[in-house]
Ligand binder design. Sequence first.
Ligand code: NCD
Length: 306
Amino acid sequence: MLKGRNLIEPMDFTLEELEQIFLLADEIIKNPTQYAKMCDGKILATLFFEPSTRTRFSFEAAMLRLGGNVIGFSEANSSSVAKGESISDTIRTVSCYADIAVMRHPKEGAALVASESSHIPVVNAGDGGHQHPTQTLTDLLTIRRVKGRLKNLTIGCCGDLKFGRTVHSLIKALSRYEGNKFILISPQELNVPEYIIRILKEKNIEFKQVEKMEEVIGELDILYMTRVQKERFFNEEDYVRLKDSYILCNEKMKLAKENMIVLHPLPRVNEIAYEVDDDPRAIYFKQAKYGMFVRMALICKLLGLA
Ligand code: NCD
């Protein structure tokens, strides 16, 4: 039962619960009009203390397409947080007005803290460099629909694997399906955090860490590109040195399998050349669209409406 639950990190839901969400998303994609009044009278609150385009808009569009309403802020300065209000007081207040809340915050653990004081479901829309579980729902729905499975895949994660929260959540989630292998492509300074490596080792999951994309791109079923997370660097110099570590271009795509797919949570900065967009294997905008449908399914489930 997903009604009333929070989603703070990917492991909060069992594989069966995830499957229920994906099945509902498939249904919504097939027959959106049937769901157009599902959330009639319900309110979603979006509390965004950090910039966002896809996550906030896709949540808001999801709620509006379900016939519900949306309140919220996209800058902490425009809320009482600017007056010094705590996360827990903010969420307690929001609980009085809305039926479900989505929160993005620069601090790791912020959504968890909020969920402890909330009377309504809280969804983590990104907490610092930690986790981003609804991006993972988006990624999994996309992989499931395009590749037809979530297991027995070789997944290459490339770019800023240290600060990139989408990668942390994705690796955690995909490591639960059998036969998946990971190739982690990053400069050493931007390797995945130790706790992710520990999870892979504990579960005996095959993985390797490399620095050159060209060496491994031919082995991949999925290439998950990420941007270097400028806002999480301590100094500009390091960012400038590392920001263009990887640039995927048509030349490199020639080395990849015919049926490899390229995913990216977006925004892209420089890491995928625009020429790649025309390659049928580049599906990051389709992925962004699936993000709305999977969030529609999530909202319905957490509100106990489907
Ligand atoms: C990601 C995020 O916010 O972590 N964006 C998103 O939600 N689609 C990725 C990023 O900002 O690089």
